[in-house]
Design a protein around this ligand. Structure first.
Ligand SMILES: *Cc1c(COP(=O)(O)O)cnc(C)c1O
Length: 433
């Protein structure tokens, strides 16, 4: 009935999430409020981790792509589940390290890392730096030299795979700001250059072909393309690549029509392709890395809002306005992302209305959904939006000086605040006259 496994209904006709009454949590902690189901997050981590053990003899590592949701609590959880993490900024790196994450299991990504960030990454002893381009390569090499270190690196490669997804989140093609292209020889040249540098050590290759992908084929294709390139590097440059990072992008269910694949299927199919291709090319099996972000946390999240005014414009539409919007969820304004909505205090009622759910920000485009089928909404209702665990809190802004909402983590039927709601004082704490 619901797109989220964590959802249910109790005897008060209220929506429950991870076993708790969403209406009561909204009353107690105020809205907007993010809820996260820790047990589901852990289950997702385990499904990926065990799939590498089961299908690839454990010769790999799952990295949680922490840009999806970065906080002390989530790093602690994924660390306990035996995953590594990928970070894309000094701020994410700082948060991971502050949570006690082992540096050697941190992969540092980014298409335009600053000198300061590279120094920080080297000082922290991150496991790998995923180098994006030639400018970064030479900067990293000279910084490492000054610091008397050698950086273990991967290269971000554009394998040229069309992952059949939204243009904004398609990253594997030539026209992308991420990485170096295979087709043009750019990728080959940068590896050749790296092999002449003393303070970087080329360990692996990385690709990330997009996001919210529901197919196995693009991942299989990417693995083949990357392995063929690894064979070329071995044959022509005499360099052995031991790590192949296939990125993330595994789809999740936002609305009923989304058809995600069980997460362990990716590793099952990819490991088959990797083994076959390596055999055909005479390559030793590389260590495989996967970087799921969305699929670890999205379905484990829910946002609760309070409905304010309901504005019916005859023959046009009905706006149901809530006490949040693009400041806590910019995904509709960015990608017209679709969601499933419920009125948490009327969960058993029929969805008799078709409405537009609007936020409270001063932008006409500040919507959370259009043509939304919903129970009849009135002021004071609690509106629940499913699958909001990824790319929401991490993308939140202070537009209109809205304080960021609190995040509650629910484990075994008990909630705890893992990120406090901001106060008005928090909003001005860095302001000066
Ligand atoms: C965003 C990103 C991911 C995670 O993508 P999801 O769609 O959230 O799984 C993994 N790797 C890299 C390099 C990314 O940029």
């Amino acid at each position: 009935m619901f797109v989220s496994k964590s959802a249910g209904v109790n005897d008060k006709n209220h929506l429950t999430f991870a076993g708790l009454d969403v209406v009561e949590l909204a009353k107690e902690y105020q809205t907007p409020l993010y809820l996260m189901d820790e047990n589901l997050i852990r289950e997702n981590c385990r499904l990926y981790r065990t799939s590498i053990e089961k299908y690839y003899d454990g010769n790999g590592l799952v990295l949680y792509a922490s840009k999806a949701f970065s906080s002390l609590a989530i790093y602690r959880i994924v660390m306990e589940e035996g995953l590594g993490v990928d970070v894309v900024s000094g701020g994410e790196l700082f948060t991971a390290i502050s949570a006690g994450f082992p540096a050697e299991k941190i992969y540092f990504h980014g298409n335009n890392k600053t000198e300061q960030e590279l120094v920080y990454a080297l000082e922290s002893g991150v496991g790998r730096i995923v180098v994006d381009n030639l400018t970064e390569l030479s900067m990293l090499n000279s910084l490492a030299k000054t610091m008397g270190k050698t950086a273990d690196i991967l290269f971000r490669i554009k394998p040229g795979i069309d992952a059949h997804t939204h243009d904004f989140i398609m990253t594997g093609q030539i026209d992308s700001k991420f990485g170096v292209a295979l087709e043009t020889g750019e990728a080959f040249d940068i590896i050749k250059t790296a092999s002449t540098l003393e303070n970087v050590h080329v360990v692996g290759l990385h690709c990330h072909i997009g996001s919210q992908i529901f197919d196995l084929a693009p991942f299989e294709e990417a693995a083949k393309v990357m392995l063929t390139f690894i064979a070329k590097i071995k044959n022509e440059l005499g360099i052995t690549i031991t790590e192949l990072n296939l990125g993330g992008g595994f789809g999740i269910q936002y609305v009923e029509s989304d058809t995600p694949i069980a997460y362990d299927k990716y590793m099952e199919s990819v490991s088959g392709v990797v083994k076959e291709t390596c055999k055909a090319l005479g390559l030793a099996l590389p260590k495989i890395l996967l970087e799921p972000g969305r699929s670890i946390v999205a379905s484990a999240g829910l946002t609760a809002y309070t409905v304010g005014n309901v504005k019916n414009i005859p023959d046009v539409r009905t706006y149901v306005s809530v006490d949040g919007g693009m400041a806590d969820n910019p995904r509709y304004i960015l990608y017209q992302a679709e969601y499933d909505f419920e009125i948490a205090n009327k969960i058993g009622d029929e969805k008799s209305e078709t409405v537009t759910v609007a936020g409270r920000c001063c932008e006409s485009g500040d919507l959370l959904g259009e043509n939304v089928h919903l129970q009849k909404a009135e002021a004071g209702d609690i509106l629940a939006v499913f699958s909001t665990g990824a790319y929401q809190y991490s993308m939140a802004s202070h537009y209109n000086r809205l304080p960021n909402p609190a995040v509650l983590m629910i484990k075994d039927g008990k909630e705890r605040v893992v990120i406090k709601r901001e106060s008005y004082e928090d909003l001005i704490k860095n302001d000066l006259y």
